[in-house]
Write a protein that binds this ligand. Sequence first.
Ligand code: ASP
Ligand code: MG
Length: 409
Amino acid sequence: MALIVKKFGGSSVSSAEKIINIAKRILSEKQPDDKIVVVVSAMGDTTDELINLASQINADPYKYKREMDMLLTTGEQVSISLMAMAFKTLGQEAISLTGPLAGIRTDAVHTKGKILDITPKRVIKELDSGKVVIIAGFQGCDELGDPVTLGRGGSDTSAVAIAGALKADFCEIFTDVDGVYTADPRISKNARKMQEITYHEMLEMARLGSCVMQPRSVEMGKLLGIPIHVRSTFTMDTGTIIREEYTMEEKGFVIRGVSHDEKVVKIAILGIANDTDMEHMVFASLAEENIDVDMIVKSIHNIEKNVADLVFTVAESDFPLASEIVKKLAERVGAREVVVDRDVAKVSVVGVGMLGNPGIAARMFGALSGTQIGMDVISTSEISISCLVKQDLFKKAVNAIHDEFFPVE
Ligand code: ASP
Ligand code: MG
């Protein structure tokens, strides 16, 4: 017997036909005494459509966060009821439960809630009576019983958290890609599907731009020790397993993947006084507005005059506010100039294998210089190295680096 949580995203449940096919597939794979929990997202683009509808009432509907949650939770409620009906039609007892009915308690931060705890009494009771239990992803309720959503893509997190609370054997995330690849397969034709990847690497790849799953769900998997199997809704093939450590021999790869992020902007404050107070001022005012600063480089411009340049990157979505803040600040402190470059992309290599394995940066930069690609700001973490390249060269950069670390036989 196995207890398995299976999550299906919006594109997997975008029509009645797809919902029926998923129910059929689950039943065809189910062993007689397996216990199955299905977590679903809203059908297709429902969540976007609901947001759009709300913005026709008020241009900034997120002002009314509780009402947004009341609205958005309806999307998943449609899919769970239809999915339960599909199972029943096929002769399998099933029941749909909203997040609150499944015992998912969150904090009260509407539209960006965090799961505080799960009391899955009802879920266990229904599973014990032989039913397939279908739970709405992306939602829970706060202390008052008000609906709270978990941030876009939050059904992944629901699924992993439920798997943790039920001590499930594993959690399967069904999606429209068939696993995690060593690079975006739309960009690198030599990209390969990985059999396994560690939570740590998956989180780092997500942070650096590969968005297969909501990062918080991977964190949750690590915390609760739930192996996550990312696989395709449309084929029966094995996908990629995310877990703490490798169990299979995937030797020879010090690097697990090449990630890229086109949605970054570089901001440079040139000609500022070289004192520690300056950096503190810049980054504190960005932090106050919740702006995440990524790569940071400071260079001393003129030692005698004690003048420095400060260069960093922010996400494109934070750029308008960030540049406003920085320009005001630059004026106040008498910086020479603020230069903004939107024509950049970040390319990174990720792998726990680079710990204690020197020479990775040299190989990465060698691959770039071999193809005449210039690079800009560089940053590193324990298990990644990133650099900025010109936006129109990033595909070439991803391929050059990928071919260096994953040579085609
Ligand atoms: N339906 C929600 C969204 O579109 C949650 C999810 O799909 O995971 O963000
Ligand atoms: Mg998703």
